[in-house]
Design a protein around this ligand. Structure first.
Ligand code: 5AD
Ligand code: SF4
Length: 441
């Protein structure tokens, strides 16, 4: 038996890509391990969406130098966005790497591994392919797993000025609907209760297929698959969030009461420089529509502070938008230059200390909103899909509300995979404490 150790950085998409890598290499006799000491192959699946992520990936690759010295037979693979960005140039810094494979070449991994096992010469495979072959690997999660991810499209055509994704994940390409629906049916047969649809901009699903079947059609069709109790999707460009998709929040029972809708900035001037194609008013109007259709919807977002040229006034407009929307949660980042992007070439860069101060201020404000929202749930009764045992206590189980909040409560493992009712007894910043209400949901 050979063992595979995979380390994943970055987004949900990368986590799912890693699952697919493991599944493909099962066919080559590799079993997953969490113990790097046991590994015959290590893969680092990298992210380079922000500078910090890229630095982390570089230092992780650097750590494999000693591993290769101590155990030369171990194969070292580097995949993901950093591999796509650096290609064979990675070898200058890290000549011990055996396989460099880009974001469109996951399906080639078995062939690459076989080749390197035989020849012991390194392989680099970073070409782009239009077809979405790398996405179609069915990975059935381990038994007892409640939720799974399904990639519906690859790439992005939006070219937001700060974003490196279109250069590293290629042009937008949707998978055929029938493939996706078959995959979700197989997951449902396997006992999966919740699916999350993944793509850089799922709202424009179907555009490249040109057959009139769009994301709202897909949500409705998945809503009819027996056994799938919940579905979520990520991530969305607000401009492409159509009325039809918004309506699904009122029409498709399985669609969770949560949307992640990255706004990036509350300043129209900055949104324009970012090439986002909406104003803060347009964004706010979509939020109003969503709340009309689904009053309890939870809204989370991403914000970048310190985009080139961002003034104190622009930043305050972001705070104003936050005050009017009151996001349930917000992921915020300091702007960092990414190679090849338009923003990297823009003048008027914001000083590091200013970015840091703005980020701290914004995060402090958001914490008060997040906590307020959680606190408001105390005493309420919610439906929770139980995912597994709680990390904090062996007597507790952990699940999520439809709004994606974590709830911990006393309960045994029989509850895993079931949707139960719980009364919220205490709210914290990152989770809720509850008590099980016995009986029918
Ligand atoms: N600098 C800072 N944050 C960025 N993001 C994307 N590119 C950059 C960048 N160059 C953030 C955006 C995006 C999230 C995934 O990462 O907010 O929505
Ligand atoms: Fe990047 Fe998202 Fe913009 Fe595409 S829509 S360029 S992935 S931020």
């Amino acid at each position: 038996m050979k063992y595979l150790y995979i380390q994943t950085f970055g987004c949900q998409m990368n986590i799912h890509d890693s699952e697919q890598m493991a599944e493909l290499l099962r066919g080559e006799g590799y079993r997953k391990t969490d113990d790097i000491e046991k590994a015959d192959m290590v893969i680092v699946n990298t992210c380079s969406i922000r500078e910090k992520a890229e630095q982390k990936a570089h230092s992780q690759i650097g750590r494999f130098r000693n591993l290769k010295k101590a155990r030369p037979h171990v194969l070292i693979g580097v995949g993901g966005c950093l591999a796509q960005q650096w290609k064979e140039k990675l070898l200058d810094k890290a000549p011990f790497i055996d396989i460099i494979f880009g974001t469109h070449n996951i399906h080639k991994l078995p062939e690459l591994v076989r080749d390197v096992e035989k020849t012991r010469a390194f392989r680099v495979e970073t070409s782009f392919h239009n077809e979405t072959r790398s996405l179609g690997v069915l990975t059935l999660p381990d038994n007892g797993c409640v939720k799974a991810y399904v990639t519906v499209m690859q790439g992005c055509d939006n070219y937001c000025a700060f974003c490196v994704v279109p250069y590293l994940r290629g042009r937008e390409e949707s998978r055929k609907a029938v493939e996706i629906l078959n995959e979700i049916e197989a997951l449902a047969d396997h006992g999966i209760k919740e699916v999350t649809l993944l793509g850089q901009n799922v709202n424009s699903y179907g555009k490249t297929l040109g057959n009139g079947y769009g994301f709202s059609n897909m949500l409705k069709d998945i809503g009819r698959i027996r056994g799938i109790e919940r579905m979520r999707f990520t991530t969305s460009q607000p401009r492409d969030l159509s009325v039809d998709i918004i309506k699904c929040f009122g029409e498709v029972d399985a669609l969770c009461e949560h949307i992640h809708l990255p706004v990036q900035s509350g300043s129209d001037r900055i949104l324009e420089k970012m090439n986002r194609h909406y104003s803060s008013r347009d964004y706010f109007e979509k939020i109003v529509r969503l709340k009309e259709i689904c009053p309890r919807i939870s809204i989370t977002s991403d914000v970048i502070v310190g985009f080139p040229g961002e003034t104190e006034r622009d930043f305050n407009e972001t705070l104003d938008l936050m005050e009017s929307v009151r996001f349930d949660n917000l992921f915020s980042f300091k702007y960092s230059d990414r190679p090849g992007t338009k923003a990297a070439l823009m003048g008027d860069k914001v000083a590091e200390e200013v970015k840091r101060d703005r980020l701290m201020k914004l995060q402090a404000v958001q914490e008060t909103y997040t906590f307020e929202k959680n606190k408001a749930m105390e005493g309420s009764v919610v439906k929770v899909l139980v995912e597994g045992r709680s990390k904090n206590s062996s007597e507790d189980v952990m699940g999520r509300t439809s709004s994606n909040r974590i709830v911990n409560f006393r309960g045994n493992s029989d509850l895993v995979g079931k949707t139960v009712r719980a009364r919220i007894t205490e709210a914290y910043l990152h989770s809720l404490r509850g008590e099980l209400i016995e009986g029918q949901v």
